[in-house]
Design a protein around this ligand. Structure first.
Ligand code: SF4
Ligand code: SF4
Length: 130
């Protein structure tokens, strides 16, 4: 896939990795057959290929909309799509990068940000699990 990431992002390791992964996708759609969210919802934007387009758009500097957030939030991060990709696209790695950038620029309500932070922190802190 052709990409047009901004030069300041391409100057970072994260940007270079994302660009390489994006360019390895050939839009074939084989991954759709093993994606549970696409299987249930039937929406291209809830498929790996659709989410790759959304991440590409965000990394190229386009707006992060509520719809973009919803489609990326619905991804289970199961990486089942990677098992059927003939091009070896590292979707999980791209998703991590995309989510980080989206989180920085997202239109989430501050309370939602706070509750997500609290859940993430509590689930990854040892004292909470004792
Ligand atoms: S990680 Fe799982 S839910 Fe997300 S796009 Fe891939 S197959 Fe679908
Ligand atoms: S199977 Fe791989 S190359 Fe084909 S659309 Fe999905 S991620 Fe892209």
């Amino acid at each position: 896939m052709q990409t047009n990431l901004p030069t300041d992002l391409l100057a970072t390791e994260q940007g270079q990795t994302a660009d390489k992964i994006l360019r390895s996708c050939v839009h074939c759609g084989f991954c759709l057959s093993t994606c549970p969210t696409y299987g249930i919802l039937g929406d291209e934007l809830d498929s790996p290929r659709g989410r790759i387009y959304l991440i590409k758009s965000v990394l190229e500097g386009n707006e992060v909309s509520k719809d973009t957030l919803d489609h990326l939030d619905r991804c289970l991060t199961c990486r089942s799509c990677e098992t059927t990709c003939p091009s070896g696209v590292e979707y999980g790695h791209l998703l991590d990068i995309g989510r980080e950038v989206v989180e920085e620029r997202s239109p989430r309500h501050p309370l939602q940000r706070l509750s997500r932070y609290a859940v993430r922190k509590s689930l990854t802190t040892a004292w909470f699990l004792i």
